[in-house]
Design a protein around this ligand. Sequence first.
Ligand code: NAD
Ligand code: UDP
Length: 324
Amino acid sequence: MAGKVAIIAGGAGFLGSHLCDVLLKKGYEVVAVDNLSTGSRQNIAHLGNNERFTFIEHDICLEFPEVLRDKKIDVIANLASPASPPHYQRLAVETLLVGSVGVKNLLNLAKKNGARFFQASTSEVYGDPEVHPQPESYKGSVNSYGPRSMYDESKRFAEAMIYVYRKKYSVNTGIVRIFNTYGPRMDPDDGRVVSNFICQALEGKPITIYGEGNQTRSFCYVDDLIRGFVSMIESDVEGPINLGNPGEFTIKELAEIVVELTESKSIITYKPLPGDDPMQRKPVIQKAEAQLDWRPTIDLHDGLLKTIEYFKTHNKQTNKLLVE
Ligand code: NAD
Ligand code: UDP
């Protein structure tokens, strides 16, 4: 892939920074475009000396800077969007705009360059699913008017926009629907369950289960997911295609596993369940297996151990190694 140019929107985020790492290793020239609304410079600080890496601080909802307009681009990977419920609720209007105006801007850039366009969609397009597990053919049960709708509808609108650009303008698009993913460089303060539980356990603070903890999620380790991203980016597969680990756990089980693996003395406390919180979530991954030859290899136990090690050894505010 030497000489190929990839734009990664949201490249300073948790998943985006891992994608930058892997595409650079494969020989791409990588340009990370990020407005740093939920990502951080620390996530990409280690790439500062790589001459094939550039960072541009920019909001994809605005007109692109000249340097992007003039570049010959081969791949556009769009990961830009607030992703955790506290963040997308705080940045509610921005979330709606990034999935509409932002996606349209990137699609136009892909159209102009004849580039492959990759979209990080989400299992949230299935809402609080009535079909379990969820295949891509399931059309979902989303509340269009509620506390998650700014995210769910933004991602659904993005898929619709991508469909139109593919059919109308022949843009080479690929959509993946990501199920809950965790690992190093998660933002410890963005409120997601894995980072919350690990940080609480390591600090000896109460583990906060929302509701009774009977709701389920399927957790995928970041390295597995990024391998799937790369397969999708380097294929002409259209999708939407689910990427996630089908291992399904209740949130209470997750809390117990984290307490055990961290050998924490934290107690478990129960807080109110947020509105529209999906009760269950588990991907059908037959399409990813058949079309991308992709399946996850890292189970929850091993992935959590790696993530716990990361949170133990990195400063909570800066993501920097505590001991160099
Ligand atoms: P993240 O918050 O770490 O990364 C998102 C990045 O997008 C951040 O760096 C943020 O600053 C940037 N961004 C937001 N709005 C932008 C804008 N207008 N212009 C430019 N940059 C902008 O979250 P993440 O977990 O890395 O998620 C990456 C993508 O994957 C998101 O689109 C998210 O919806 C999707 N996703 C993630 C998961 C998961 O479990 N991590 C699950 C489903 C979908
Ligand atoms: N959750 C929890 N305690 C926390 C954070 C989250 O019990 O401290 C629950 C949350 O209500 C949801 C699940 O864990 O049922 C996953 O939450 P997360 O925000 O990680 O992802 P999403 O809800 O988007 O799947």
